[in-house]
Design a protein around this ligand. Structure first.
Ligand code: PMP
Length: 394
């Protein structure tokens, strides 16, 4: 049987990581990986998470199953974090999932179950896993223009034109904040225009929010998701706790479906639990327990918010420093978008040849599409990167 299998395409980012690991140069800089790193290059366990873990170690008395939807308290704290009071609680169905990826996967499965002919519109570019999961599930993906290579911003006219080609029942996948891989985001008035377009054409929004708190602030980063959920009749939301709680390997996420009314909510909730049952039965509990403990304890929550804010401001200041260095060295403002982008990533708009030259000649590793992880930099390496980009012909 196994001899019928064919090789799967290699994950480009993981392949890059292996190249980096094997590079003997001690000046090497890793801007490829998709995790937050502090100035020392460490992905820290957040203080409040560690404290919650200590408390839970003492308090936990059983590891018996909880429920197919996970602990309802986790859903509650996360719905509050993401949606605040944007929608009525009796319209919201939610299940815990293994990471944001689990939520994305379950959302796509729900779409397929509810409407097998729905297509999913995704930004060009998007997180590559969106495309590969859709392909795996045999759900048609249609790309819409998103990134404007010339300006480093959003090609909003192109986006609207392409979304106008969607049909009623199609799904529009949007990054709630901190777009991966570009770093370019819609303004709130642009979000409103997309909401109006989706409503006028009967399109269903799906918001992937994986970096809440990494862009402009915890509430600011959720503003677009809240706008969509409160303005559209139905919304799917895939939320990840990997980045903003730093619990990547605990696999913690939430899938939310906002329905039109309480009776649709009950059926949707049942279907989400059913999907969990088919795929992995009970979702993991440890990470979601930590999130619940942090968000429901005033002191832990305040400490988490403080550390998250410091993380966010650190990345913002690296962006500003990089934009300034590039302005000075290139004697132009053509990299000014780096300071406008938000989140961990920025697409620099460098050619694949320059990306390769940076790796070969300068030991600077970025993804082939010239996406950098800003958190892979520190105050010392920013000028090194800026100089290398200009010298390499960027
Ligand atoms: N969506 C986007 C856009 C992402 O960038 C990521 C993480 N790379 C995820 C979802 C899912 O992350 P995780 O499964 O680790 O929570």
């Amino acid at each position: 049987m196994f001899n019928t299998l064919t090789q799967q395409p290699a994950d480009k980012i993981l392949a890059l990581l292996a190249l980096y690991r094997d590079d003997p140069r001690d000046t090497k800089i890793d801007l490829g990986v998709g995790v937050y790193k502090n100035a020392e290059g460490v992905t820290p366990i957040m203080r409040a998470v560690k404290e919650a873990e200590r408390r839970w170690w003492d308090a936990e008395e059983t590891k018996a199953y909880i429920g197919l939807a996970g602990d309802p308290q986790f859903s509650d704290v996360m719905i509050n974090l993401v949606l605040a009071d944007a929608v009525k609680r009796n319209q919201v169905a939610a299940v815990a999932t293994p990471g944001g990826t689990g939520a994305v996967r379950q959302a796509f499965e729900l779409i397929k179950m509810a409407n097998p002919s729905a297509r999913v519109f995704v930004s060009n570019p998007t997180w590559p896993n969106h495309l590969s999961i859709l392909k795996h599930l045999n759900v048609e993906a249609v790309t819409y223009r998103y990134f404007d290579e010339a300006t480093g911003g959003v090609d909003f006219d192109g986006m609207v034109e392409d979304l106008s080609g969607a049909q009623a029942g199609d799904v529009v996948l949007l990054h709630g904040c901190c777009h991966n891989p570009t770093g370019a985001n819609l303004t709130l008035p642009q979000w409103q225009a997309v909401v109006d377009l989706m409503n006028s054409k009967g399109l269903i929004p799906m918001v992937d929010i994986a970096y809440q708190g990494f862009g402009d602030g915890v509430d600011e980063d959720a503003a677009a998701t809240r706008l969509v959920a409160s303005s559209c009749p139905e919304t799917l939301i895939a939320a990840s706790c990997s980045k903003n709680f730093g619990i990547y390997r605990e696999r913690t996420g939430l899938l939310v479906a906002v329905s039109q009314d309480a009776s649709a909510q009950a059926t949707t909730q049942g279907n989400l639990a059913y999907l969990n049952r088919q795929n992995y039965s009970f979702p993991p509990d440890h990470g979601s327990r930590l999130v619940t403990l942090v968000l429901s304890d005033d002191a832990l929550r305040a400490d988490w918010l403080e550390e998250l804010e410091a993380t966010r401001l650190g990345m913002l200041s690296l962006r500003q420093q990089l934009a300034n260095e590039l302005r000075t060295l290139s004697n132009s403002d053509r990299f000014g978008f780096v300071a406008q982008h938000r989140g961990m990533f920025s697409r620099l708009g460098l050619s694949p040849e320059i990306v390769e030259r940076l790796r070969a000649d300068y030991a600077i590793y970025m993804v082939g599409d010239s996406r950098i992880n800003v958190a892979g930099l520190n105050a010392q390496t920013v000028p090194v990167l800026a100089r290398a980009i200009i010298e390499a012909g960027g």
